[in-house]
Design a protein around this ligand. Sequence first.
Ligand code: UDP
Length: 245
Amino acid sequence: MGDIRTQVMEIGFDNVTLGEAVDIAMQYIEQGKKCRVVTPNAEIAQLCKSDSSLCEIVNRSQLVLPDGIGVVYASRILGHPLKERVPGFEFAEALLDRLQNTGKSVFFFGAKPGVAEKAAENVKKRYPGLLIAGTLNGYYTNDQKVIQQINDALPDVLFVCLGAPKQEQFMALRGDALTPVLMAGLGGTLDVLAGEVNRAPELFIRLNLEWLYRLLCQPKRIGRVMRLPVYLLSAFAAKGRQKNA
Ligand code: UDP
């Protein structure tokens, strides 16, 4: 819907603001056109360099949102800047808000047992006009049962919160069998909605240091976070190649 993709090395991102991203998502939902939303940050974009199947899944998604500041910096280095960072969590919140009183429902799939239920409870208080079709934790052994349970609840929208790249792979592999019109891979969103994990304080978000806050809270993410500088270096290298070409 719209020709707004900006290529940032291997990935074509939709060059949209948060508001525009939600408008596009709502158009898909209202028109009943299937839509897969992915929210790659620099870590995932870096992973795509060595995983061509993941790269294809991401690029074939109908909405590709630049979740991290690393992706926005890379777009600037390459000389075709993305408008802004569109964090998956903020997209999720804005979409839940817009879904209120539309008659469209959402299903929360993912996170540890009990988390999706708690997220649903909190969300119902925050968005009273929202219909929640059901919840299911992300620790399963049988894909078919998961598909059945989701489809039986008849949701219009599915949040898939299994972490990357598991959620992207699940959506690509099972997307045809799943009936929700729009599905979105949203990482740790349910943990935050449930109050299990805090989002970074406002100052960190404003200074584009959300990645640093997450690293301080979960030092074991260091391996993943190190993909960020590697990704930026590869953007400089790509820019150098562009100049020499
Ligand atoms: N998760 C899940 N099933 C799994 C592995 C992970 O539901 O098999 C959940 C995990 O409980 C957490 C989310 O996926 O709620 C991953 O969160 P994270 O913040 O690490 O997301 P990412 O940064 O990978 O997008």
